[in-house]
Design a protein around this ligand. Structure first.
Ligand code: GMP
Length: 274
């Protein structure tokens, strides 16, 4: 079963490599509404997920389903324009498959972005947060099952799940652009229901600053393969109980759209400085 996964990921990596001119230095996972960043790519090559062997397609609004190669700030990058989520029904193996493929292609750096609720009462919608660490509250782990040693060890270290150098680079990029960034811990939930106010109080008490339904599985798999990970969250809403409004994905999309340019500029500058 794991041999099969390895062979499938290898075949997918080869399929992609045959269609792009060089090995990307950085893989990007672009969350809700951020896909537009790929419009800035030079020499772009777009591959529909439906064509890429083994890739799953997201049905969530605001998520396109394309893998886009191109030059961003002069560097070869490979971006996932839209991601799939556990709550859509995909298995964690399916969901993290692209990260396996990126690792086998020899891409060393992964930059993940997402939309998240602010569980830290100091956060407001529109804030950008560098992810310093995460808390896996999904109750599941993508590495469950027999380990494939060619991907990584049975018990991977997660002490530096978010690479400190990449975090510094993101902070420097923000500084250059004159942006203020929050730094905090991302709490990953399975979803799709938003949290209750009691859950948000728990998450904040446990050390979570932002809360979302993505990222954690991909970051675990990337660490398993020894990749360096950086993460940025766009705070799209006050988490449950911190505001008076009900939570709504329309609001999440609206705020993500409002921050899109700033977010894109930060990702672009980070890529340039990495
Ligand atoms: O609006 C739902 C989508 O945005 C999901 O894909 C989540 O990852 C993310 N999201 C935005 N705000 C929140 C929030 O307050 N809680 C959680 N769990 N996810 C959120």
């Amino acid at each position: 079963m794991t041999t099969e996964l390895y062979d499938q990921a290898k075949a997918s990596a080869q399929w992609i490599q045959e269609r792009i001119p060089e090995t990307p230095e950085i893989a990007l996972i672009l969350g809700s509404g951020l896909g537009g960043l790929c419009d800035d790519f030079d020499d772009a090559v777009a591959l529909e997920y439906s064509d890429v062997p083994g890739f799953a397609e997201s049905a969530v609004e605001g998520h396109e389903g394309r893998l886009v190669y191109g030059k961003l700030a002069g560097k070869p990058v490979l971006a996932m324009q839209g991601r799939v989520h556990y709550y859509e029904g995909w298995s964690l193996t399916e969901l993290t498959f692209p990260v396996r493929v990126f690792g086998l292609m020899g891409i060393d750096n992964l930059l993940v972005t997402n939309s998240a609720g602010g569980a830290n009462p100091d956060y407001v919608p529109g804030d950008l947060m560098v992810i310093t660490d995460h808390i896996n509250l999904t109750g599941v782990n993508p590495l469950r099952g027999a380990n494939e040693d060619r991907f990584g060890p049975r018990f991977p270290d997660m002490s530096y799940a978010y690479n400190p150098q990449i975090r510094e680079t993101i902070l420097s990029a923000a500084n250059d652009l004159g942006y203020e960034l929050k730094q905090g811990v991302y709490a990953g939930m399975a979803g799709p229901s938003y949290e209750t106010p009691a859950e948000i109080r728990m998450i904040h008490t446990l050390g979570g600053d932002a809360v979302g339904m993505s990222t954690v599985p991909e970051v675990i798999v990337a660490n398993h393969m020894g990749m360096n990970v950086g993460g940025i969250s766009c705070i799209t809403n006050l988490a449950a109980g911190l505001g008076t409004e009900k939570l709504d994905h329309e609001e999440v999309k609206e705020v993500a759209a409002m921050v899109r340019e700033k977010f894109s500029a930060l990702v672009c500058k980070t890529v340039e400085m990495l």
